[in-house]
Design a protein around this ligand. Structure first.
Ligand code: FAD
Length: 306
């Protein structure tokens, strides 16, 4: 119930204006977002890298409807990649890109061209790009663009969402040599026709997808904070004889940092997804939708007046 309220709120521009301008918003956002500028993101990246963690940086923004904003997003990524390289933070840090922020919903050819430029800049900086997964209306277009990008940049990462009924099939298609695939549960409000609705069904799908990726020939990126799924991933890695450099765990910045440290101390590659920028509203609402404790945190911040 709460989940659908927050996911509906994620799409409300009126509520967005209200929350973005609330003075307390900063307190809440600081927990999940590295800051508003690339410099802030670089600072957090340095700290995480010093702690032995890998990073994927996301410049916040989605559903871009103007050519100007799409260009500005591309430019931000190009500058970010140069700065990561100059700071010696590649290959520890890569970038995550939402194609909708590059104008996919207006013109997917332009989004593809911009993504290609970002992949070229990443290759030049000695690192990679992962294409985030968004709502199901974009999945076909995103996977088509991924396939094109991989012709020149084979290390470009895919993201598959276990809640989608189609995803087992996509896992089979993508479990090929060198194929980096992030498996997550999925963060959008999706209809029953395309997505499992109960947490149990989503978890069962996650395990089936994990089995396909772990037994396949690609590079699985296990993106979850769920202790049971993490334990199952560790078990499957042993079962399929994967060494620590043949898969990785991924978690969000600000979520279960002690578990990130524990996994890294155990010799695993752990990549932290670090968002930055001013367009944090949709991202924050999805985090609140995921976990009641985050809502309590939101409530405390709203009443603390700091
Ligand atoms: C690196 C990364 C990248 C992602 N990229 C995408 C993407 O491109 N597209 C997309 O749709 N979604 C993406 N997601 C979000 C994802 O789809 C889920 O919405 C999100 O990860 C929550 O699901 P979960 O697997 O962590 O488990 P949940 O079902 O949220 O939680 C399961 C259990 O994990 C534990 N847990 C969760 N959070 C906490 C916490 N804060 N503290 C303590 N325990 C906790 C609890 O035991 C909880 O019961 C990404 C997630 C990660 C980690």
């Amino acid at each position: 119930m709460l989940r659908s309220v927050f996911l509906a709120a994620a799409g409300s521009s009126q509520l967005e204006r209200l929350v973005q301008s609330a003075p307390v918003a900063k307190n809440i956002v600081r927990r999940f977002v590295a800051g508003s500028r690339a410099g802030d993101a670089l600072g957090v990246t340095r700290e995480l890298a010093d702690d032995g963690l890998s990073i994927s940086l996301d410049y916040l923004g989605e559903d871009t409807l103007t050519a100007e904003q799409a260009r500005a997003t591309r430019d931000e990524y190009l500058t970010l990649l140069r700065r990561l390289h100059d700071a010696g933070l590649t290959p520890a840090a890569e970038v995550s890109v939402k194609l909708s922020a590059l104008g996919q919903k207006v013109d997917d050819t332009v989004a593809y061209e911009y993504a290609q430029e970002i992949c070229a800049a990443a290759a030049e900086a000695g690192t990679t790009v992962t294409l985030d997964a968004e709502d199901h209306t974009t999945t076909d277009s995103t996977l088509e663009i991924l396939a094109e990008l991989r012709k020149a940049y084979p290390a470009t990462g895919a993201v598959l969402q276990a809640y989608l009924r189609r995803t087992e099939g996509d896992c089979r298609e993508l479990a090929t040599p060198g194929s980096r695939v992030r498996l997550c549960k999925g963060a959008y409000a999706e209809p029953e026709s395309v997505a499992y609705q109960s947490m149990l069904d989503v978890d069962k799908s996650y395990v089936r997808c994990l089995n396909i990726l772990m037994s396949g020939e690609g590079y699985p990126m296990v993106a979850t904070h769920d202790p049971r799924l993490i334990a199952i991933a560790e078990d499957r890695a042993r079962w399929f004889d994967r060494s620590a450099d043949e898969y990785e765990f991924q978690m969000l910045y600000g979520v279960r940092p002690e578990e990130q440290a524990r996994l890294a101390a155990g010799g695993n590659t752990v990549r932290v997804y670090v968002p930055y920028g001013d367009q944090w509203y949709g991202y924050l609402m999805r985090r609140l939708a995921e976990r009641p404790a985050n809502v309590a945190f939101f409530g405390r911040a709203l009443t603390s007046r700091k």
